[in-house]
Write a protein that binds this ligand. Structure first.
Ligand SMILES: [Mg+2]
Length: 145
Protein backbone atom coordinates (compact mmCIF):
# COMPACT_ATOMS: atom_id res chain seq x y z
CA UNK A 1 0.00 0.00 0.00
CA UNK A 2 1.12 3.52 -0.78
CA UNK A 3 2.53 5.32 2.26
CA UNK A 4 -0.26 7.17 4.13
CA UNK A 5 -0.07 10.95 4.01
CA UNK A 6 -1.07 12.40 7.36
CA UNK A 7 -1.67 15.93 8.58
CA UNK A 8 -1.05 16.64 12.27
CA UNK A 9 -3.05 19.62 13.59
CA UNK A 10 -2.48 20.81 17.16
CA UNK A 11 -1.73 24.16 18.78
CA UNK A 12 0.92 22.50 21.00
CA UNK A 13 4.04 22.96 18.88
CA UNK A 14 6.34 20.55 20.81
CA UNK A 15 3.70 17.81 20.59
CA UNK A 16 3.40 18.25 16.81
CA UNK A 17 7.17 18.30 16.31
CA UNK A 18 7.82 15.22 18.45
CA UNK A 19 4.97 13.26 16.88
CA UNK A 20 6.06 14.25 13.37
CA UNK A 21 9.55 12.84 13.99
CA UNK A 22 8.20 9.63 15.47
CA UNK A 23 5.72 9.04 12.67
CA UNK A 24 8.28 9.82 9.97
CA UNK A 25 10.51 7.14 11.47
CA UNK A 26 7.62 4.76 10.76
CA UNK A 27 7.56 5.85 7.14
CA UNK A 28 4.51 8.10 7.20
CA UNK A 29 4.44 11.21 5.07
CA UNK A 30 3.65 14.02 7.56
CA UNK A 31 2.34 17.54 7.02
CA UNK A 32 1.75 19.81 10.02
CA UNK A 33 -0.50 22.73 11.01
CA UNK A 34 -0.82 24.59 14.30
CA UNK A 35 -4.39 25.89 13.98
CA UNK A 36 -7.65 25.04 12.26
CA UNK A 37 -7.22 27.91 9.83
CA UNK A 38 -3.72 26.76 8.88
CA UNK A 39 -4.96 23.17 8.51
CA UNK A 40 -7.59 24.21 5.95
CA UNK A 41 -5.08 26.35 4.05
CA UNK A 42 -2.50 23.58 4.01
CA UNK A 43 -5.04 20.94 2.93
CA UNK A 44 -5.85 23.09 -0.09
CA UNK A 45 -2.36 22.41 -1.43
CA UNK A 46 -2.15 18.84 -0.02
CA UNK A 47 -5.31 17.29 -1.43
CA UNK A 48 -3.75 13.85 -1.45
CA UNK A 49 -3.79 13.81 2.37
CA UNK A 50 -5.31 10.56 3.64
CA UNK A 51 -5.82 11.27 7.32
CA UNK A 52 -5.97 14.38 9.51
CA UNK A 53 -5.15 14.03 13.20
CA UNK A 54 -7.02 16.92 14.74
CA UNK A 55 -6.76 18.41 18.23
CA UNK A 56 -10.20 19.21 19.71
CA UNK A 57 -9.08 22.16 21.81
CA UNK A 58 -7.39 24.96 19.89
CA UNK A 59 -7.65 28.73 20.11
CA UNK A 60 -9.52 30.36 17.21
CA UNK A 61 -11.21 27.67 15.16
CA UNK A 62 -11.64 24.68 17.46
CA UNK A 63 -11.46 21.05 16.40
CA UNK A 64 -15.19 20.64 15.78
CA UNK A 65 -15.40 23.71 13.57
CA UNK A 66 -12.30 22.60 11.70
CA UNK A 67 -13.73 19.10 11.27
CA UNK A 68 -16.94 20.50 9.75
CA UNK A 69 -14.93 22.55 7.25
CA UNK A 70 -12.66 19.64 6.34
CA UNK A 71 -15.65 17.34 5.78
CA UNK A 72 -17.41 20.00 3.68
CA UNK A 73 -14.40 20.73 1.48
CA UNK A 74 -12.55 17.40 1.43
CA UNK A 75 -15.20 14.76 2.17
CA UNK A 76 -12.98 11.75 1.48
CA UNK A 77 -10.25 12.69 3.97
CA UNK A 78 -10.58 10.74 7.23
CA UNK A 79 -10.22 12.63 10.52
CA UNK A 80 -9.06 11.31 13.90
CA UNK A 81 -9.84 13.61 16.82
CA UNK A 82 -7.27 14.09 19.59
CA UNK A 83 -8.75 14.84 22.97
CA UNK A 84 -8.08 15.15 26.68
CA UNK A 85 -10.50 13.97 29.39
CA UNK A 86 -12.03 17.46 29.60
CA UNK A 87 -13.07 17.53 25.95
CA UNK A 88 -14.17 13.96 25.35
CA UNK A 89 -17.76 15.14 24.69
CA UNK A 90 -16.45 17.16 21.74
CA UNK A 91 -14.61 14.14 20.39
CA UNK A 92 -17.84 12.14 20.52
CA UNK A 93 -19.70 14.97 18.79
CA UNK A 94 -16.92 14.92 16.19
CA UNK A 95 -17.56 11.24 15.51
CA UNK A 96 -21.25 11.98 15.00
CA UNK A 97 -20.42 14.53 12.33
CA UNK A 98 -18.00 12.35 10.44
CA UNK A 99 -14.73 11.84 12.32
CA UNK A 100 -13.35 8.30 11.89
CA UNK A 101 -12.41 7.87 15.55
CA UNK A 102 -10.74 9.64 18.46
CA UNK A 103 -7.63 9.18 20.59
CA UNK A 104 -7.01 10.26 24.17
CA UNK A 105 -3.96 12.40 24.91
CA UNK A 106 -1.26 11.57 25.69
CA UNK A 107 -1.35 8.86 23.07
CA UNK A 108 1.14 6.16 22.20
CA UNK A 109 2.72 6.28 18.76
CA UNK A 110 1.70 2.65 18.17
CA UNK A 111 -1.94 3.44 18.92
CA UNK A 112 -1.82 6.40 16.58
CA UNK A 113 -0.17 4.29 13.86
CA UNK A 114 -2.88 1.63 14.14
CA UNK A 115 -5.70 4.18 13.83
CA UNK A 116 -3.99 5.93 10.93
CA UNK A 117 -3.67 2.60 9.12
CA UNK A 118 -7.37 1.77 9.69
CA UNK A 119 -8.47 5.22 8.56
CA UNK A 120 -6.25 5.05 5.47
CA UNK A 121 -7.65 1.62 4.57
CA UNK A 122 -11.18 2.98 4.88
CA UNK A 123 -10.37 5.95 2.66
CA UNK A 124 -8.68 3.82 -0.01
CA UNK A 125 -11.65 1.41 -0.10
CA UNK A 126 -14.05 4.32 -0.36
CA UNK A 127 -12.03 5.77 -3.25
CA UNK A 128 -11.99 2.38 -4.97
CA UNK A 129 -15.77 2.11 -4.72
CA UNK A 130 -16.13 5.55 -6.28
CA UNK A 131 -13.73 4.60 -9.11
CA UNK A 132 -15.65 1.35 -9.71
CA UNK A 133 -18.96 3.22 -9.82
CA UNK A 134 -17.51 5.70 -12.34
CA UNK A 135 -16.22 2.87 -14.51
CA UNK A 136 -19.65 1.17 -14.46
CA UNK A 137 -21.34 4.44 -15.31
CA UNK A 138 -19.00 4.94 -18.28
CA UNK A 139 -19.71 1.43 -19.59
CA UNK A 140 -23.44 1.98 -19.20
CA UNK A 141 -23.29 5.30 -21.07
CA UNK A 142 -21.57 3.62 -23.98
CA UNK A 143 -24.06 0.78 -24.05
CA UNK A 144 -21.47 -1.76 -22.95
CA UNK A 145 -23.22 -2.86 -19.79
MG1 LIG B 1 -4.88 22.09 22.06
Amino acid sequence: MQMPKVMLVDDEVPFVETMKKRLEKRNLNIVTAFSGEEALDTLGSNRDTDVVILDVKMPGMDGIETLREIKAKFPLIEVIMLTGHATIESAIEGMKIGAFDYLMKPCEVEQLMAKVQQATNKKREHEKRIRDARAKEALFKHGLA
